[in-house]
Each structure stands twice: as structure tokens, then as C-alpha cells.
Design a protein around this ligand. Structure first.
Ligand SMILES: C[S@@+](CC[C@H](N)C(=O)[O-])C[C@H]1O[C@@H](n2cnc3c(N)ncnc32)[C@H](O)[C@@H]1O
Length: 332
């Protein structure tokens, strides 16, 4: 059912719910709670798209799994719940990089593929694409090649009946740009290898001009306009491509590891219904401000502060970050 969208001005952050609720009760809100428990409170067959990036077992500040097997077992339970809450025509896009255990790379994409294919009695998942997306910047490894890609695994519940709006995500082809009239005027299929334009130059202009070039380099990736206090954000352009291709206006988009709320912000801008879940309240607060277009980032005295637009630079206490943010690949 397509619902009429109203652009929310104030995004609620809810704690845990204690009973199964109609899915509409969750629309346009962030739930600050454990993913598994929250999914268990959602009705079956109610979500069109789950786009998410789980923790990678990299010992980030928000990770609490003690063993790798325990981590995989928890993710398996969550993936089963994802199968239940997705509509029969639904899609799930699962973003992972590699993880490292005792100086050995573990290919999380391959491990998750086998989990998705073995969710058992709840229902099937079928892979439609294994997307590789390339990024610049990150840790420079000394004893192996530096990691510069992540994996976006796209699964559907019904391999014959799912949403894929190719025309919404076509990109200009070289021949088209050279004026070849035989080309599709809407552009070409963007393929399963994604590279997004490096917008660093444009983003540098965003920085406070008081800052020296030295400081700009020291904070590395932090100069990106999109960056918040979260260490592992999705690029907005990646999210936009997925949401445009996998949903229509009024559909329901869920991010079960919502972080700084990139999925929800883009879904909101594209007039989709959306729901975000994250157990860390500090990320939920930033996500709320980001979706409300009320997030201000200020660089002052070599520190980065996140606050709402009403705060003055004298009162930058809301979300302070004084260390360089790390990429997904720290520790590799
Ligand atoms: C890789 S980050 C997602 C970042 C997000 N894609 C963004 O653009 O900001 C994973 C997020 O999952 C959250 N998280 C980890 N384990 C969780 C759990 N068991 N329940 C709820 N949230 C969890 C963390 O707090 C973290 O913000």
C-alpha cells in the first residue's frame, strides 16, 4: 500500500517496544535498541528494502561480540528475521568489507553468502548481484596490498518478482557523450562495479577557512562534508543508487544498523517511508539531526564538533570528535 508522505520536521527516537506493532508505527523514526529484539517486534512481510552494513568484527567501539563464531551466529539470527520481515517482493543489500583475524584476511562477503543461502526453514534468499564498490583513501598496509573496495551483496526473496528500476540509475555512456545517436538517451547500465566521483575538492571548500592545509590533511577523511562522528559511513551516492533502483515512492526502507542514518536521510529525501535501528544513542542523535537537515559540523582548534544548527560555536559540546576518524579498513 502506498501511503501519502509528509516530510517530518522532528524525527522521534524511540526506545525498545515491548509488543508486536503495526509496521506504520515505526515509519519515519529511529529506534535506539538492539537489532534482533527490534526486528522481532516487527510484523512479517512488511518491508520493501533492507539496506545495511553490519559490524565487521573489527573491534570497533560499538562492537561487543567476544568470538568470531558468536558474531556469525548472532548475524545469522538477524538475517533470519530479515527474511521474515521482508515482503515477498523485497530485497536486501548487505554491505561488508574484509575482516582480519590473527594476521589473516577473512572474506566476510563469502561467509555471509553462505549464511544467506542457508537461513533454513524461514525462506529463501537468491543473489541478484555481488557489487564491488571502490573508494580512495584509507589505511596504507605495509605487509600486504591496501584494501580499497567493499562488497555489496544483493539478495531477493523471489528471483522472478522484485523491484529493479534500471532507468532510474542509468549513467551516461562514453559513446552517448560523444554524440552517438544509437545510444539509449537515458544512459547505460551502471554495472556491478561502482566508483563514485571523488568530491574532495568540492568538499574542501566546505571547511572553515581558518584551518591550515596541515590540519585539513591531519583530519584526513573528516573533511568530507558528509562525514559525521560515525567511523564507518555509507557514501550517500551509493545509498541513492540502491534506493532508486530497489524501491518506488512510498515503499518502506529499513536500515538495521543505522549508524549516522545515511540510508534514512536519503530515503527521506526520495519520499520513501523509512526506519532506522541502532543500539548506540549517540549515533541515533546525529542521525536524527542529519535527517532533519539540522546537523552542523564545525572545525575549530583542530577539533571537529557536531551540533544542531541553533548551537553557537561557543557551545560546541554536543558531539565532539578530536581524533582522526578511521576507515572500515583500520587494523588491516
Ligand atoms: C558499520 S556501522 C553502520 C554505518 C551506517 N551505514 C552509516 O552510514 O552511518 C554499524 C552500526 O551498527 C550498530 N550496531 C552494532 N551492533 C548492533 C546491534 N546488535 N544492535 C543494534 N545496532 C548495532 C553500531 O552502533 C554501528 O552504528
Amino acid at each position: 500500500m502506498q501511503i501519502e508522505m509528509t516530510q517530518p520536521q522532528t524525527i522521534p527516537i524511540y526506545p525498545a517496544f515491548d509488543k508486536l506493532l503495526p509496521i506504520e508505527n515505526f515509519y519515519q523514526s529511529i529506534i535506539s535498541n538492539e537489532t534482533l529484539a527490534t526486528l522481532q517486534q516487527m510484523p512479517a512481510n512488511s518491508i520493501d528494502l533492507i539496506l545495511t552494513s553490519p559490524p565487521y568484527f573489527l573491534d570497533k567501539e560499538y562492537e561487543d561480540d567476544k568470538t568470531f563464531m558468536g558474531y556469525l551466529s548472532k548475524q545469522t539470527q538477524i538475517i533470519k528475521e530479515c527474511n521474515r520481515v521482508l515482503k515477498p517482493t523485497g530485497s536486501i543489500y548487505w554491505n561488508v568489507a574484509q575482516t582480519v583475524q590473527e594476521n589473516e584476511i577473512l572474506p566476510l562477503g563469502a561467509m555471509f553468502y553462505s549464511i544467506f543461502k542457508n537461513v533454513g526453514a524461514v525462506g529463501n534468499f537468491y543473489m541478484k548481484n555481488w557489487i564491488i564498490w571502490h573508494f580512495e583513501g584509507g589505511i596504507n598496509c605495509k605487509n600486504r596490498l591496501s584494501g580499497r573496495y567493499e562488497n555489496l551483496l544483493w539478495f531477493v526473496k523471489n528471483k522472478e518478482n522484485y523491484t529493479f528500476n534500471l532507468d532510474e540509475i542509468r549513467i551516461p555512456s562514453k559513446w552517448q557523450q560523444l554524440g552517438d545517436k544509437r545510444c539509449n538517451p537515458l544512459g547505460k547500465n551502471p554495472t556491478d562495479f561502482w566508483v563514485f566521483e571523488d568530491e574532495t575538492e568540492k568538499e574542501l571548500a566546505f571547511l572553515d577557512t581558518e584551518n591550515s592545509i596541515y590540519e585539513i590533511h591531519r583530519i584526513a577523511n573528516n573533511n568530507k562534508k558528509e562525514k559525521t562522528n560515525h567511523p564507518c559511513q555509507f557514501p550517500e551516492k551509493l545509498v541513492e543508487r540502491v534506493i532508486k533502483s530497489a524501491t518506488n515512492q512510498g515503499d518502506v526502507v529499513l536500515d538495521i544498523f543505522n549508524g549516522s542514518g545515511t540510508t534514512c536521510k536519503v530515503a527521506n529525501d526520495l519520499q520513501r517511508n523509512w526506519i532506522g535501528i541502532d543500539k548506540e544513542e549517540k549515533y541515533c542523535k546525529v542521525a536524527k539531526l542529519k535527517i532533519e537537515n539540522n546537523l552542523q559540523k564545525v572545525v575549530k582548534n583542530n577539533k571537529i564538533y557536531f551540533t544542531n544548527l541553533e548551537e553557537t560555536t561557543e557551545h560546541l559540546t554536543l558531539f565532539e570528535r578530536d581524533e582522526p576518524l578511521q576507515s572500515h579498513h583500520s587494523g588491516l
